[in-house]
Structures are given as structure tokens and as C-alpha cells.
Design a protein around this ligand. Sequence first.
Ligand code: GAR
Length: 188
Amino acid sequence: PAKVLVFASGRGSNFVNLVKQSKKFNYRVIALIVDNPEAPAIEAAKKLDIPYYVVMRQMDETKARNEEKIKSYLETIPFDYIALAGYMRILTSEFVKRYNKRVINIHPSLLPAFKGPSAIEDAFNYGVRVSGVTIHYIDEGIDTGEIIEQEIVYVDDDETLESFKRKIHELEHELYPKVIHRLIQKRR
Ligand code: GAR
């Protein structure tokens, strides 16, 4: 099976889901990388018995220097794809070039609408009737890389922010493992 590394910063529901669906979709989550030592995703990794690596950025450390740590770690583990799952940090262009078309991200809106860290709320508060989920390759920008897949979610008349969030996350959980599976199949 193909080897997938997951990067996360927070809750980690996509990480957990990617691990749980891995058998069915014929890939393996080989490790979790987090930039935030308080991320609940770490507890989840422990429970699932997935190795994790915390790369905290020190106050006086440059972004490039911090990424060096990630790169040295990556060199020790062969992998096929990096799946960003709520990883709230922008990767340098050097990193993006080095792992060209091997780093993918999930974003909770129909890009290019509602980029940024609060896309679900932003779309809901804007009053859209349709939103969705995007999976795309990573480039140097924020939520700008080439789109791989998108699926839509309708906003019902009685929708609340909570119910809308739930629908978006359900779709994320359904879509991400499938898309990873498809990418792996295509590469064979
Ligand atoms: C997900 O909804 C993901 O799409 C979003 O962060 C959430 C992480 O949830 N990512 C972005 O907004 C990227 N710009 P999780 O930690 O429960 O997987």
C-alpha cells in the first residue's frame, strides 16, 4: 500500500478518519506531523498507535530553519503523499517544489471562494446557498494550488452554522480517503 504522511495542527478529525479508512482504500498512514504541541490530534495518534512528530517553531527560528527540521525527518521515512489535514501553516516555495504534486490539502469551501482559516463560517455568514469541499495540490499561495476534486453541500433553509459545519465535515471525511485512493491508482 502507498504510504501517506498526515500534517495537522488541531482537532485531527480528518487525520483520524484517514487512518480509519486506510485499509479500505489501500494506503497506510505512516506518521502524523504536528506544529502545535497542544493539538488534540496528538492524543488521537497515541490511541491509534500512529507515530507522531511535533515540530514546534521556536520564537527566534526562521520559517526556513523550522522546515529544515521537517525535511530531515521526512528523509528518514519514505512516503508517497503528504496529506495536509487542518495544517494551518504555509509551506515555503522550496518545500512545495521539492515535493511537487505529492502534497495535497483539503479545504472546507469551493475554492477559489472563501480561502483562509475560517472558510466554513465565512461562507455561512456570507449567506451562500451552496458550498462544499475542495481537495487540491499545494503551491506557494494560501489555498491556491491546482484543484483535484470538489464536491458540493447545499445550505438548507433552516440550516444553522452547527448543522452546516457537520455537513461539511461529513463530506470531508467521505471525500479525502477516496481522492487519495484515486491519486494512488493513477500513479500506478
Ligand atoms: C478541516 O475542516 C479542514 O478542511 C480545514 O481545517 C479543518 C481541520 O479539521 N482546513 C483549512 O481550513 C485549511 N485552510 P480537523 O483537524 O478536524 O481535521
